[in-house]
Write a protein that binds this ligand. Structure first.
Ligand SMILES: Nc1nc2c(ncn2[C@@H]2O[C@H](COP(=O)(O)OP(=O)(O)OP(=O)(O)O)[C@@H](O)[C@H]2O)c(=O)[nH]1
Ligand SMILES: [Mg+2]
Length: 386
């Protein structure tokens, strides 16, 4: 059986560690009468942490091991010994992973930057040992508290590849060929449909070292929205792209009509998401080295009213024009990612410190700062008892 090599959606169960119980113990030692309570606290339970890693490109490991359990905290012990802290479980996930609560469907986190860490289940706190409960009226307390309960929840992870632009087209249109000629990515290229089965990202580097990340996804065919071919599920990998690049096989290989291909592609993307279909786009006419392509190109312009950029991956023509058009469409290199809407600071609400008058708010601090130096107190380790 061929094993899976790429997974972009997975449901996992995460559970943090339970806090260790506080201990109940009394100091018992030769020649020490009434030693008093000495039960230590329990250790904190470990957290479950998702960490963004550039070295992982699929959710495959979580697919095979969907249970993420962190270590429990150790119990407290006599002689005021604290319990061991439970180890955190750190799971590496690819950049572009969205984490949803499986029960509510709410977005918990969007992991987009390398090294970003998100605690998805917080460990339970350690319980208090009986040493905490001693007082002048209770010199032999037996109270101690249990450790905090762990957090457990089901999460759904969705990988949405991070790229500035995405290639869209029928199988065999030459999407992978375009990516491999423009970047150092090495996608598989072949004359049969659905050569590409997973999204692949390549980076186009310009002369001034500007970079544009371009994603290649599997081809779309008519009816994809209803699940024909590979369906449209992989279009989620283009959701973060600012620009869509429609790649049209202008040679009309296998008796296809390029203008119809374009209409079908638009329709299918529209069925997947209206928002996606309205993104800025570039249309590329590929295989212009084939004799019939020029004729088809003219008809394409007439039928659709769109004049694509003419390229040929084989003859390596028109590639520079496409690179420039792509860069212009992508604009300044700003990474596209969701962050929870942050209210911009309203400057009118800030105290006015530009005039001569000192605002009342600032005066309050000024008075506060004029406080005399506090008198020397006993060493902090001796506590506050004088
Ligand atoms: N004549 C000619 N053939 C091309 C050109 N670009 C790509 N091809 C051929 O078209 C075929 C398909 O190319 P791919 O790059 O694999 O196409 P794809 O769009 O990635 O296809 P899928 O991954 O199956 O969706 C290959 O046999 C390429 O050699 C071109 O500019 N001219
Ligand atoms: Mg391909």
């Amino acid at each position: 059986m061929k094993s899976k090599t790429f997974i972009d959606q997975v449901e996992v169960l995460v559970r943090s560690g339970r806090g260790g119980d506080g201990a109940m113990s009394f100091r018992r030692e030769a020649l020490v009468a009434f030693g008093g309570p000495d039960g230590g606290d329990g250790g904190r339970g470990g957290d479950v942490v998702f960490r963004a890693s550039e070295h992982v490109n699929s959710l495959l490991s979580l697919y095979y091991d969907p249970k993420c359990f962190a270590q429990d905290g150790g119990p407290g012990q006599g002689q005021k010994m604290f319990g061991k802290r439970g180890k955190d479980l750190v799971v590496d996930v690819p950049l572009g992973t969205e984490v949803y609560d499986a029960a509510t469907g709410l977005l918990v986190a969007d992991i987009t930057e390398a090294g970003q860490r998100v605690v998805v289940a917080k460990g339970g706190v350690g319980g208090y040992g009986n040493v905490h409960f001693k007082s002048s009226v209770n010199q032999a307390p037996t109270e101690h508290t249990p450790g905090g309960e762990p957090e457990e929840r089901r999460l759904r992870l969705e990988l949405k590849t991070i790229a500035d632009a995405g290639l869209l087209g029928f199988p065999n249109a030459g999407k992978s060929s375009l990516l491999s000629t423009l970047s150092s990515a090495t996608p598989k290229i072949a004359s049969y449909p659905f050569t590409t089965l997973n999204p692949i990202v390549g980076t186009i580097v310009y002369d001034d070292w500007a970079k544009v990340a371009l994603a290649d996804v599997p081809g779309i065919i008519e009816g994809a929205a209803k699940g024909v071919g590979l369906g449209l599920a992989f279009l989620r990998h283009l959701e973060r792209s600012k620009v869509l690049v429609y790649v049209i096989d202008m040679a009309g290989t296998d008796a296809r009509e390029p203008w119809r291909d374009y209409e079908v592609l638009k329709k299918e993307v529209d069925e997947y998401s209206v928002e996606l279909s309205e993104r800025p786009s570039i249309v590329v006419a590929n295989k212009m080295d084939v004799a019939v392509a020029q004729e088809n190109y003219e008809r394409f312009v007439k039928e659709t009213g769109v004049a694509p950029i003419r390229v040929s991956c084989e003859a390596r023509t028109g590639l520079d024009e496409f690179r420039q058009a792509l860069r212009q469409a992508v604009g300044p290199a700003v990474r596209f990612h969701h962050t929870h809407a942050q209210r911009p600071t309203d400057l009118s609400e800030m105290p006015d410190t530009t005039g001569d008058e000192i605002p009342a708010e600032a005066l309050k601090f000024a008075t506060f700062l004029k406080l005399e130096k506090p008198k020397a107190k006993s060493h902090p380790s001796r506590g506050n008892i004088h």
